[in-house]
Design a protein around this ligand. Sequence first.
Ligand SMILES: [Mn+2]
Length: 267
Amino acid sequence: MRYVSVAALSHEGLLRDHNEDSVVVGPWTLCATVTRAPATFHFPVGDPLVVAIADGLGGHPAGDEASSLVVRYLAAANGAIAGSDDVGKLIELCHRALLAESRRDAARSGMATTVAGVVIGSDSVIVFNVGDSRVYAFGPRGLQLCSVDDNPPLPPGVRHTSVLTQSIGGFDPAPPSPHITIRELADDVSYLLCSDGLTDVVDDVRIAQVLEADDGARAIFELWRATIDAGAPDNISLALVEFGDIAQATGTEADVRGSGPPRTMNA
Ligand SMILES: [Mn+2]
């Protein structure tokens, strides 16, 4: 049986005093809290599975609550996201919910977040994003950026900006236009989701090196470590989505058991 494995981590970084990123892995959410180590989840391939990262906007109030709201909405919809139309509707729903929160409480006025994620189906992967959190595919063709950064054009020599051209929530009542693409599911292509806390300080070449050398929780740990080594000025959230087959896993387990010394019943 084919399965999806997801390793994920969220960390405040070295300069920020708290984490405003949130993560959803199927029915599980991590709402603006911190994991000290990657967590790993396994799901059968079949029912739709949503995995996403939301980065609450700095400079706006309640970024942690904005990102938390979005991952909670996605988790609640997990399993019922039938296609890209549903993803678009969910993002619009999140936008309206954040605007309502903004109106209800002046201290939260303009609360906003990015989102970047995938919905894994039985034979397809929906990739979606608003803002500058990213989704990469990694496989035989190397590392490929699948999401579209909603940043304005940068002047020559400038690599990064925190300015976004659209977000979920914020001051614009019109809902954002999410970037949504559908890809064929391939077992040898994995997906890395990350907030800009990774990509502002670790370049694509280094990301590809890590994904080439490691997988699962080890790869997530090494990407986190590369960010820390680079000073980790922002919150960092990562999720790596990979595919496997339970038949292979069982074979490995049997091999390991078979290679050990014979067991006796005497405890
Ligand atoms: Mn960020």
